[in-house]
Design a protein around this ligand. Structure first.
Ligand SMILES: CC(C)=CCC/C(C)=C/COP(=O)(O)O
Length: 270
């Protein structure tokens, strides 16, 4: 296969379909080998892997007319360097990726945290609460939490399906209940959910300050634990936090109430 011809921009180089070379290093090596050029006047090239097409031509001794594409743009080189650093750093932080990893004995605790941020318990708990709730205000909040959790699942699945970044090669695929797109890692669904639920809870539950701090800490620790378990790279979690934070704005904007969705509340209030 021509180097980089089918390589995904966010694909770890050592992952299946991700080209050759040691995971976490070849992106960086490729970036360093090129330097960067200005915009091409020749045929436009898309994607980070595409720059290596130019590399192939150069190796075959093609002569470039003045102004023709000579290598990836500075933005592409910067992105590759960032991704290479991300892979290296994430691998170093994956200290609970297996039982025999440096902090392998903490893995069961981190897997418990994994369940605490998983979609199934959150959906089940919200549905249970909705069934039990006797106050219209409580039902309204829980209905919106249900909407938020479903929205999160859909948006994360769409982004994972579009970006298709493979999970780190050191991840053990022993995760609690997954769906097909969960073979991909960008963004972290746990991070989006933790950030969104954190904002939701802080806005809609009256909690004492220590509990509010605990909720924020929980969200942060869930995110960090994804990298420590080897499930994700740092950028998956960072983007997940940003995406989850913004998802709450969508929930707020489309807040379901007896005024905005009378039919829904009529069903529930029967
Ligand atoms: C099956 C249901 C209802 C949710 C899937 C939850 C899940 C497994 C998300 C993946 O999270 P990461 O992207 O953080 O690994």
């Amino acid at each position: 296969m021509r180097a980089g011809a089918h390589m995904h921009p966010l694909q770890p180089a050592g992952a299946p379909g991700g080209g050759s070379g040691a995971p976490g290093h070849s992106l960086g090596r490729r970036g360093r080998g090129h330097g960067c050029s200005g915009p091409s006047l020749a045929k436009p090239v898309s994607g980070l892997g595409a720059g290596t097409g130019g590399e192939g031509r150069a190796r075959r001794g093609a002569v470039h007319p003045p102004g023709e594409f000579r290598g990836p743009s500075c933005a592409a080189v910067a992105l590759r360097s960032l991704l290479a650093a991300d892979l290296r750093f994430s691998r170093q932080l994956g200290v609970c990726a297996g039982e025999r990893s440096a902090w392998g004995s903490a893995r069961p605790l981190l897997r418990l945290l994994e369940v605490s941020g998983h979609g199934v318990p959150w959906l089940a708990g919200t549905l249970y609460g909705l069934g039990r709730s006797e106050s219209p205000a409580g039902r309204e909040v829980l209905l919106n939490l249900l909407f938020a959790l479903l929205l999160d699942l859909v948006l994360v699945a769409v982004v994972k399906g579009l970006v298709r970044r493979r999970r780190p090669t050191h991840n053990k695929m022993d995760m609690f209940v997954t769906i097909s797109v969960d073979k991909y890692s960008f963004p972290s669904g746990h991070a989006t959910r933790a950030a969104m639920v954190c904002r939701f809870v802080l806005h809609h539950l009256v909690l004492a300050i220590p509990l509010r701090v605990l909720v924020v800490l929980w969200a942060i620790i869930v995110g960090i634990s994804r990298v420590m378990l080897g499930r994700h790279n740092v950028t998956d979690v960072a983007f997940g936090f940003i995406m989850g934070y913004m998802q709450y704005n969508v929930v707020k904007y489309f807040w379901l109430s007896p005024l905005s969705a009378p039919a829904l509340f009529a069903v529930w209030n029967q």
